[in-house]
Design a protein around this ligand. Structure first.
Ligand SMILES: [Zn+2]
Length: 155
């Protein structure tokens, strides 16, 4: 899906080989960004995707509470949903932004594992209900933002 306006399929993929799994030192800025990401609801990445879709003229609904996982964007007529996920909180596989903090792993690991399992469960449930699902990861947004509306594109 979204192979058109947003060209999501061509979005840069994070290489599993080169991704840095090292949970090295985080600067103060990185740490506060990470904490903000955790507190918020992936607000910034979601807004970026919404702006892009809006520029492309797509119509969608937000956070439909009745659907599993409350997808960030819902395209009812196409039976498609999009989740916009922060890489750390939602455990983007192999992504440098998902590096684990160095300390308090006993605190983070169960929480993060729960998140990942919950996401997978929601996607399974949505698919069973006939919805097509797509995840846009936070680290893909710089690429998305370079893309603009083009003629004849559909979701
Ligand atoms: Zn990522």
């Amino acid at each position: 899906m979204l192979s058109t306006c947003t060209h999501l399929s061509s979005v840069r993929r994070v290489s599993y080989d080169t991704a840095n799994f090292d949970n090295g030192h985080l600067s103060r800025t990185e740490r506060s960004e990470r904490m903000a990401r955790i507190r918020g609801r992936d607000t910034k990445p979601e807004l970026a995707v919404r702006r892009l879709l809006h520029r492309c003229g797509f119509r969608y609904r937000l956070h439909r509470a009745t659907l599993p996982g409350k997808p960030d964007l819902v395209f009812p007529s196409r039976q498609k949903v999009i989740f916009v996920h922060g890489c750390f909180w939602h455990r983007h596989p192999g992504c440098p932004l998902a590096r684990l903090p160095k300390s308090r792993l006993e605190f983070w690991l169960p929480k993060l594992k729960d998140n990942r399992l919950r996401d997978l469960k929601n996607i399974r449930r949505l698919r069973k209900l006939g919805w097509k699902t797509h995840v846009v990861w936070e680290c893909q947004l710089p690429d998305l933002n370079r893309l603009g509306p083009r003629k004849g594109h559909t979701v």
